[in-house]
Every structure is written in C-alpha cells, then in structure tokens.
Ligand binder design. Structure first.
Ligand code: XBP
Ligand code: MG
Length: 260
C-alpha cells in the first residue's frame, strides 16, 4: 500500500452534522417568520420532519405552499415574496444562534481543532444560507474559527441543492483537490447521496430527524463523532475498533477507499 496518500481535506455538512439545528433552530425561525407575515402556518416537529425531505428553506416553503396551502401560490410576486419571508427567517435563525442555545454535536470541536493542527484543510458544503453558517461558527467555535475553513460552500451558490452533487463539486473545485483526497461528513440521506455522487468517501453521524434513513454506501454510520470520555455508538462500517473519530481514522478511511 502506498502510504503517501494522505487525507487532504474534510468537507463538513452543517445542519444535523455540526449541530442539531433543525428542530429547535430552523423550525422555530420559520414559524417566527410566518407569524411576522401574518400567516397561520405552524410547522410542528412531525410535519417539519417530513418537510426536511426538501432541502433549502425557500424550496421548503414553496413545497409547503403547494402541498398544504395552494391558494397562497396565486400571487404575481411569488419568488420575491418567498425570498422576503425566507430573509425574515434567516434573521430569526441568526438571533437564535447568538443566544448560544444550540451547541456543537459531540466530537465536532475536538475533531475540527485536531484537523486544523494536522494541517488538513477544512471545508463546508451545505444547503443552508451563508449567514446561518457564520452565526453557528461564531456562537460555538468563535469568530476566529471562520478563518480555519479554506472553503465554505453554502445556499444558492449552486443552482441545484443536495441530493445533487453540485455543492460538493463546487467545494472540491475551490479546494483544487480530487474527491479521493477528501472525506465528507454528513447526517442525512440527501447529504450522503450528494457527497457520494461527487465520489467522496462519506462518514455519517445520524441526527434526530435522520436516524431511520437509508445510509447504504457510507463508509461508516455512527451515532456521532464521539469523544475519548464519551464513545460513539457504532451503527455500521469499519471503524478500526476506534471509539471516537479522529485524524488517524479519517486518514485510514481515505487509504482504504483508494486501494481496496
Ligand atoms: C439543511 C437544509 C437547510 C436548512 C434551512 O442543510 O436543508 O435548508 O434546513 O436552511 P445541510 P435555509 O444539512 O446541507 O446543512 O433556510 O437557510 O435554506
Ligand atoms: Mg445535514
């Protein structure tokens, strides 16, 4: 085996992977914006789980209107109206992040710090809006951490959101790296499909809304990244007997994806 091929970059998804932001972050922000716009819509926990099949907040709002409130579609300024409703939602999400009530998931801060020290490039490939990524990083790792990420691919930077591979292609292109030198970390079936379609070895840490989804093709499926004092629960895949995800494990995954 040629051991010169080292891990060059880790591409992180955001919502559900870095932090459990959907139920008590995005969902609440959507509902607050609906209230401001005089709408009686309320996305409860179960309904929001179904709506998460549609990635992207603006796309999710339009889908909801089509399925649950078709009469509201009849307006000539529909894209602009959805855009301003979504802007209001983003403001609420940023304020929620500023309160710091949504922490990073287990092992995320530790792994990001370790990869940064090992000089592995860090990147983000997400469907969510750029402002949301900034707000989450600032409130958890601190403002300086934004500089640790070589590339942040977010929201409408690509026309087709996950499960399309476009956001991963865009990030790889910016990094000037081949997918075989990188690993993606995702929490959802849509995210896994997107990363796999870009030929990336993908590790899945399941989240509240995604634990029952299909993760066929992932290199491993885990409860979370784990910590030395709080191991992950192994769901599937080879993790070399490790109990938390670290640089060494990710590096080995890359070697195996290349040579097996
Ligand atoms: C998750 C999403 C996003 C968020 C809402 O993306 O699908 O749409 O739910 O964010 P990922 P916006 O897991 O790729 O981070 O309202 O800003 O779209
Ligand atoms: Mg996700």
């Amino acid at each position: 085996m040629n051991t010169c091929n080292k891990l060059q970059a880790v591409l992180f998804d955001v919502d559900g992977t870095l932090a459990d932001t959907e139920q008590d972050g995005h969902r609440l922000a959507f509902n607050a914006a609906f209230h401001d716009f005089g709408l009686s819509w309320n996305w409860d926990i179960d309904l929001y789980g179904k709506l998460l099949q549609i990635t992207g907040g603006k796309e999710r709002i339009r889908h909801y209107m089509e399925q649950y409130a078709p009469a509201t579609l009849e307006r000539s300024d529909l894209p602009e109206w959805i855009g301003s409703l979504h802007k209001a939602k983003t403001k609420y999400f940023e304020s929620l992040m500023e309160t710091g009530h949504i922490p990073l998931r287990p092992g995320v801060a530790r792994l990001i710090q370790e990869l940064h020290q090992e000089k592995v490039k860090l990147a983000i490939a997400t469907t969510t809006t750029m402002e949301n990524v900034m707000a989450l990083l600032k409130s958890t790792l601190g403002e300086a951490s934004i500089e640790w990420f070589a590339v942040i691919g977010a929201g409408d930077i690509v026309p087709k959101k996950k499960p399309a591979p476009d956001i991963y292609h865009w990030v790889l292109n910016q990094l000037k790296l081949s997918p075989h030198q990188c690993i993606a970390i995702e929490d959802s079936e849509n995210g896994l499909k997107s990363a796999m379609a870009a030929n990336l070895a993908t590790l899945v840490t399941v989240s509240g809304y995604t634990r029952l989804q299909n993760f066929n093709g992932a290199v491993a499926v885990l409860s979370d990244l784990g910590e030395p004092f709080r191991p992950f629960t192994h769901i599937s895949g080879d993790t070399l007997g490790k109990q938390w995800v670290d640089y060494q494990l990710l590096n080995k995954i890359i070697e195996d994806a290349l040579y097996h």
